[in-house]
Design a binder for this molecule. Structure first.
Ligand code: PEP
Ligand code: MN
Length: 363
C-alpha cells in the first residue's frame, strides 16, 4: 500500500528520537546572518537548519530571496556546524540547484502545494535526477483541502521519495483571528488517521504569525503527538527581511524547547482508562440526545410544512444561539466551541426539515 514503506525523514534529526526539530531564518539574507544564526542553533543542539533561498511573497516588490548564492552559505553551514540543511523549492530549477548543492531536505511551500502542476514538475525533476534519498516535506496547501495535500504527497511519493513528511502550517482565511493561519487541528489529525506512517511536523511560526504564540503552539503539537517542529529563528529578528514578527532568537528557541512538557502516555494508565470509559458513556448519552432532538426537529418540519411556514426563522435561530452560548460561557466553555456545535446541529436540522418539505409522500 502507498506510504507503507516510508523511511524516517532523516536519521537522528531530533534532540531525542521522538521529536524532529528544524530551525533557522525565514530567509537567508547575508552570509553573516546565516552563519551566526546557524552557529547559535548548533550550540543549542538543533540538528537541522532551515532557510528560504527563493521566497514566494504575496506581493511583488518585497524581498524575494537571495537566490542561488545562498546555497553556498547553506553548504558552509553544513560543513562548519555539521547540521543538515533545508530549503524551499517551488520549480524545476530550484530542485536541480538545491540537489547540486547537496541540500538534505527540500520543502514544498504552502502556495506551491496548492498547485498540482508545480508539485508534479518538482516530482518529475526529482525522478529524472534519481534523487530518491533526498528528504522532502510537503507543507499543507494554503486552503484547507486535505485531498489536495494528500495529492501533493502522493505525487512526491510516486517519484520514488521515501524520506517524506508533511508540515502543518495552518490555513488562510478571511476575517479576524489571533492566528496568521488557522491551525484547524482536525485536518492534520485526519491526515494522521489516513496516513499513519507519515511524520507530521508543526510550523508554529507561520501558524501563529507572532512570537508569543510559538511556545503554546509547540506544546499543543507535542500534546497531540505530532512528530516535529519547524520554527523560524534569526540572530536579530527585529531586523529580519521577511516574517520578522514571528522569528525568535536561537536563545529564545532553546528556552522554549527546554520548557516543553513531553507527556507520557503510560503514566496513570489505570485512571486514564477509567476516565475514557466515562467519556464513552457520555458520548453514547449525547448520541441519544442528538437523535431525540432530531426527531423533534423533524416533527417541527412536518408542522411547518402543514402550515406553509419557512424552514429557517432567523430570530428564533439568533435567540437560540445567543442563549445557549451565554449559558455555555457561564459553565466555563468557550463561546466559539458552543457556536460551532450549535451551528452544526442547526444545519443538520435544516437539512432534515428541507427533506421533509420536499418529500412527495406524507412523512
Ligand atoms: C516559509 O517556511 O518560510 C514559508 C514561506 O512558509 P509557507 O509556505 O508555510 O508560507
Ligand atoms: Mn517565513
Amino acid at each position: 500500500m502507498i506510504f507503507d514503506d516510508l523511511k524516517p525523514i532523516v536519521e537522528g534529526g531530533g534532540s531525542d528520537d521522538s521529536l524532529l526539530v528544524m530551525s533557522g531564518p525565514c530567509s537567508a539574507e547575508t552570509e553573516e546572518q546565516v552563519m551566526s544564526t546557524a552557529r547559535q542553533l548548533a550550540i543549542g543542539g538543533v540538528k537541522i537548519f532551515r532557510a528560504g533561498i527563493w521566497k514566494p511573497r504575496t506581493k511583488p516588490g518585497g524581498f524575494e530571496g537571495i537566490g542561488k548564492k545562498g546555497l553556498e552559505w547553506l553548504k558552509r553551514v553544513k560543513t562548519e556546524t555539521g547540521m543538515l540543511v533545508a530549503t524551499e523549492v517551488a520549480m524545476r530549477s530550484h530542485v536541480l540547484e538545491a540537489l547540486e548543492a547537496g541540500i538534505d531536505i527540500l520543502w514544498i511551500g504552502a502556495r506551491t502545494s496548492a498547485n498540482p502542476f508545480a508539485v508534479q514538475e518538482i516530482a518529475d525533476t526529482l525522478k529524472e535526477a534519481k534523487a530518491t534519498d533526498v528528504s522532502v516535506l510537503v507543507k499543507n496547501p494554503v486552503n484547507p483541502d486535505i485531498e489536495l495535500w494528500i495529492g501533493a504527497l502522493e505525487r512526491i511519493y510516486n517519484a520514488g521519495i521515501r524520506r517524506l513528511g508533511a508540515v502543518h502550517r495552518g490555513f488562510s482565511y478571511y476575517g479576524k483571528s489571533i492566528y496568521r493561519n488557522l491551525p484547524q487541528w482536525r485536518i492534520p489529525i485526519e491526515l494522521h488517521r489516513r496516513l499513519p506512517n507519515l511524520s507530521i511536523i508543526i510550523d508554529p511560526s507561520h501558524m501563529g504569525g507572532k512570537r508569543e504564540l510559538i511556545g503554546p503552539l509547540c506544546q499543543q503539537a507535542l500534546d497531540m503527538k505530532f512528530n516535529g517542529l519547524m520554527i523560524e529563528s534569526h540572530c536579530n529578528p527585529d531586523e529580519a527581511w521577511s516574517d520578522k514578527n514571528q522569528q525568535i532568537t536561537p536563545e529564545v528557541l532553546r528556552f522554549i524547547l527546554s520548557s516543553l512538557v513531553v507527556r507520557n502516555e503510560n503514566r496513570d494508565g489505570e485512571s486514564l482508562q477509567n476516565l475514557r470509559r466515562q467519556i464513552d458513556k457520555i458520548d453514547s448519552e449525547l448520541l441519544e440526545l442528538y437523535n431525540k432532538r432530531m426527531e423533534i426537529s423533524r416533527e417541527i418540519g412536518r408542522y411547518k410544512k402543514e402550515h406553509s411556514m419557512p424552514v429557517v426563522q432567523e430570530s428564533r435561530y439568533d435567540d437560540l444561539i445567543r442563549s445557549r452560548v451565554a449559558a455555555a460561557v457561564q459553565m466555563g466553555m468557550s463561546a466559539d466551541f458552543m457556536k460551532t456545535v450549535l451551528q452544526a446541529i442547526h444545519e443538520e436540522s435544516v437539512r432534515q426539515q428541507i427533506e421533509i418539505l420536499n418529500a412527495k409522500i406524507p412523512s
